[in-house]
Design a protein around this ligand. Sequence first.
Ligand code: SP5
Ligand code: ZN
Length: 357
Amino acid sequence: MNVYYSDTHRQHNPAFELFDGGQRVPYLENPDRLDKILSALDKTAWAEIKEPLDFGLDPILAVHDPGYINFLASAWDEWIAMQPASDTPSQNLVLLPATFALRRKPHIPASVLGRAGYYIMDLSAGIVKGTYKAARASVNCALSAAKLIADNSGNISSLADQPASAFALCRPPGHHSGKDYAAGYCFINNAAVAANWLSAGGKVALLDIDYHACNGTQDIFYDRSDVLTISLHGDPDFEYPYYAGYPDEIGEGDGLNFHHNFPLPSGTSDITYLVALEKALDVILGYSPKFLVVSVGADIYKGDPLGKFNISHKGIKDIGHYISKLGLPTLVVMEGGYNNEDLGGNVTAFLSSFVGS
Ligand code: SP5
Ligand code: ZN
């Protein structure tokens, strides 16, 4: 299986984030995550690591607001230029606003801190020098993997009767980023940009199994019927991102009935999860998509520092197996997962059912 990966992710490594209550903690979404995944992939017989191609800005701007992307591109330089000379080395600084715009028709101010509060939704999406470069490389991984499955979608692998599949080892992740905002470690919505790009060639189903609801992906496709979006996640009634991911959010306009949320309780076990997943997979089968995009987060694993599910290693393997049985050309996109020690084993277990192409 082709795996698209770029070392550029290392340039996005904020010194800290802020947890609830104002606790300043080391950034959980750190470069070590991908080191752990890469070393597990290296030990398999099937992973072929490839550099992404550069797709430029057009596929990004087909999904994201240009003012937002311009902000990501220049925010760090603008902010650093405003800082008084200080003893704090720049690698310890993070552009993180203290004032946020509620979406009540706010003005977009000229100042970089004002725009940071407009375009950033929470305290886990701070910007550093390399953030934009890393986010561009990350979305290029998703687009490169999308191109591979689009190019190969007619071919059934003789090895396992499994259609084309590819893995985008993206970092930073993407699914909390909407048209014009960064949130929850996400800056550019990799899976959404790739799904939109694929949708030029036929209907796309995007299934998000990260522990957190995909509020950004939900927003981006909410009024569209050509990309079906489905998310299984910790109930936002108690879990981040709190304000989206409820079962009554089913799309609007042309997109009515083309979004589905499956909120699940704290402590969700393999069985409970697989029952919900089967319902989600039935919706996908009924839609008859040409392509499947899976946003995968290993934060569903028991004991994840940001998760409250109780999914086992075997459960993660089974989830991959159930999804692979759809028999669709599948692009798997990396999202979250913060138990770095078990991350590699869980990701390779999930992917193993898609091997054969
Ligand atoms: C891609 C992804 O998985 N993003 C998740 C972002 C979650 N940010 C939540 C920050 C709030 C942390 N609350 C900490 C509770 C630790 N026990
Ligand atoms: Zn997550």
